[in-house]
Design a protein around this ligand. Structure first.
Ligand code: GLY
Length: 364
């Protein structure tokens, strides 16, 4: 069984494939009349996910070229892109070739960037294998690489020829990765889907079966937004909720030896602080703020911050590429299930929001 989550005219909609037979059919349909197939995978997905699809590829994948990378954000660089271009040249990639990006956000962003620029564009297919990539990174055509610690500084908007979502890949993920990706599902509910929020808070547990079951709704939120605003001129900025403070927390932790924080974990904490800002702006009730903060505090770990670090976080936010002039740009909630872009709260309120996050009672 597979479902195409919106109308057939919907160029951003991924295919959600709930059994291996339909994944095999989807791959065959797209690969049968193509030239050489290149598979980009990282050390995790070449070990755990490639074996799941190998027999579904033409000639059981014997003629496919595997390009594998070390797992982790460090691989998302121009150096790696150069190396991949060289491999594509060496193994004769041309306009009839296809690249399959089998992995999480890093593999999809990097693979999309390399494929969309190689010989001015070769076909690529995303096969996302993490929660984060299935509901976010593999939808909407953003590609890119980092320049040192500056994330996604070089890239473009290019759609894959298809995004094939197979929730069974998520069985291979560590729980911490699953929960980090779940933060993006929660964000989609908060910015645009009140009924998804209700489903989440009424669920007895946030576990993998629940997460797999809500992937269609969560991806649908993103598909709707990118269909209306592909190049992020307006509404697509809604997807940045939790990310202004979240990215700054991520950068702060990168500067702190011995600490680590996954992107989704930073976004979850960012959503507590940015919900506080939404309440201060008069757009979110106290009860809604408490419900969001309690839910996140139950499912994620706090980080310890001191006053000096608050100033550093504000400095880091000012460097965010989403800002114009010296203002810091936020997306805030307009009640649960709706959101407002281009909000510019006072820095005093941002300090208060960080204070609220720092003192929130996370259960031990
Ligand atoms: N991850 C946010 C976006 O695709 O716009």
């Amino acid at each position: 069984m597979h479902c195409f989550i919106s109308s057939m005219m919907n160029e951003h909609a991924p295919y959600i494939l709930t059994d291996s037979k339909s994944l095999e059919e989807a791959l065959n349909q797209r690969l049968s009349d193509k030239g050489r197939i290149f598979i980009l995978a990282d050390s995790n997905t070449s070990e755990h996910c490639l074996p799941m699809i190998q027999s579904m590829l033409p000639q059981d994948g014997k003629d496919c070229m595997l390009m594998d990378l070390a797992a982790g954000e460090d691989a998302k660089s121009l150096d790696t892109a150069m190396d991949l271009y060289r491999q594509l040249i060496t193994y004769g990639a041309d306009r009839s070739s296809v690249m399959i990006n089998l992995g999480g956000g890093m593999v999809c962003d990097l693979g999309g960037f390399v494929a969309s620029t190689y010989k001015r564009g070769m076909e690529f297919i995303h096969v996302p294998t993490t929660v984060l990539a299935q509901v976010d990174a593999a939808i909407g055509g953003k590609t890119g690489v980092n320049l040192g610690s500056l994330k996604n500084m070089v890239g473009n908007f290019t759609l894959p020829s298809a995004t094939l979502i197979y929730p069974e890949f998520l069985n291979t993920l560590p729980k911490r990765e699953v929960m980090a990706g779940f933060a993006e599902i929660l964000k989609h509910a908060l910015i645009a889907d009140h009924s998804l929020w209700t489903k989440i808070i009424e669920a007895p547990y946030i576990d993998l079966p629940l997460i797999k079951s809500i992937i269609p709704e969560a991806s649908h939120v993103k598909v709707g937004i990118v269909n209306r605003d592909f190049e992020e001129k307006g509404e697509r900025k809604k997807l940045n909720f939790g990310h202004t403070i979240g990215h700054a927390l991520e950068s702060l932790i990168l500067e702190s030896p011995g600490k680590n924080l996954l992107h989704g974990e930073a976004v979850a904490l960012g959503m507590i602080a940015e919900s506080y800002l939404s309440m201060k702006a008069g757009k979110l009730s106290d009860d809604e703020l408490k419900a969001i903060s309690d839910f996140i505090a139950q499912h994620y770990k706090p980080i310890e911050l001191d006053r000096m670090q608050f100033h550093r976080i504000i400095e880091l936010m000012r460097h965010d590429k989403k800002n114009k002039r010296s203002k810091v740009n936020f997306t805030l909630l307009n009640g649960i299930g709706d959101s407002l872009i281009d909000q510019e709260p006072d820095m005093e309120d941002v300090m208060e929001a960080l204070n609220y996050l720092e003192h929130y009672p996370f259960p031990a």
